[in-house]
Design a protein around this ligand. Sequence first.
Ligand SMILES: Cc1cc2nc3c(=O)[nH]c(=O)nc-3n(C[C@H](O)[C@H](O)[C@H](O)COP(=O)(O)OP(=O)(O)OC[C@H]3O[C@@H](n4cnc5c(N)ncnc54)[C@H](O)[C@@H]3O)c2cc1C
Length: 407
Amino acid sequence: MGHGGGVDPFAEDEDQTALRQLAREVAAREIAPRAAHHDETGELPRQAIKALADADLFRVTIGEQWGGLGMGDVEAAIVLEEIARHDVSSAICCQLAYNGPARGIEHLGNQGLKDRWLPAVADGDAIISIGITEPDAGSAVQSMRTALTEDGQGRWRLNGYKNYSTLGHGAAAVLVWCRWPGGDGARGIGAVVVPTDRQGVELTGRHRGMGIHAATESEMAFDGVLITEEDVLVAGDPSSSEPFKLLLSHLNHERCGNAAMCVGAAQGALERSVDYMNDRIVGGRPIAELQGLQWKLADMAVALEGARLLLARAVRLAGPGGTPPPMETAMAKAAANLAAKYVCDEAIQIHGGYGYSREYPLERAYRDIRGLCIGAGTVEAQRNFIGSSMVRGRTTVSAGWRTPAPG
Ligand SMILES: Cc1cc2nc3c(=O)[nH]c(=O)nc-3n(C[C@H](O)[C@H](O)[C@H](O)COP(=O)(O)OP(=O)(O)OC[C@H]3O[C@@H](n4cnc5c(N)ncnc54)[C@H](O)[C@@H]3O)c2cc1C
């Protein structure tokens, strides 16, 4: 199809197109047929994990020296979008490998942590969960109480409770944000990586959420767990909030991955809606002829494309080995969360009673993306960041009206 002859700034290169094609095939062949089953049973999607591992899709962002492909946020978003088009739960297994603890370990961790965990994640043999949220510390994460104490023999003990660790029940380790002695608020917060088979780690429950049934969140207790120097990812400093800020900035990878899954799930819902409108005959004519429904498609596409472009900008700005910038990331996450909610809701409406039925994948996509609007920082948290940054004179790199503030 011809266009104005200009260059698409977000065009994918040959390798990225091949990666998208591979992920699309694996998702359609191996993941889509089993997604409804895992949603019903809540079982870990083991066949999906195996298929993703067999296709080398856990290797995407991990460095080559640990058996990875050394790619970045753009490629992570491509795969996450394609997998989430069929199943958000399976995409979340990739999300943890690309944008969760493994990325933090590679960028911030010591050699021992990298050698121990990165090859296992790249091979698809280890899931590492994230333990940040606590019963009294969700959006206000700096209120967390999980803490290290010195045991008098120069070693640390970890005590605390994390109540929303995605895939904690299937994890080999958990990246736990915790407090070093002496700090309060944002000061003193750092992070450790704890193997789940270590004495004192207990899985105390699994949430029964509205969606994402095959990749649920777990509650985990840490009772006097021994922590060695090698387990420390980022040491907390009781006199400084810089380690906490470093950890927070790393969440931008996760937020972009979250946005990519929303874009993918919404894309799937939109494509199904177009097909359905062309197939469905009501009162002797295809519903594709109804302008009222065509307008729905148009509004869905506008919302989705806007979110997709914001995400494309955020992940490209990360550059090789970098982190997506905070303002662009917050905009991409908020836009993708809201677009996915809107698009999946309208897709159900276009499908009428069938959209509401469990026999079709739409209601599952709707339930799944609903959780993504809360995880990785709520939509409100993104708005808080965007608005409070704006009144301080900060803006995006492409809005020419102010000079971007550093960081
Ligand atoms: C599917 C899913 C997966 C998750 N996975 C993980 C995980 O792997 N690891 C992990 O640690 N956590 C995880 N979480 C937890 C998630 O990060 C928290 O639920 C989230 O940060 C919100 O915290 P909260 O639930 O305590 O809500 P609260 O902080 O109690 O907020 C309640 C409501 O108030 C709003 N609110 C709070 N403060 C403000 C404010 N200042 N201004 C305006 N509105 C505000 C919130 O947006 C929300 O709407 C997950 C959650 C979900 C749903």
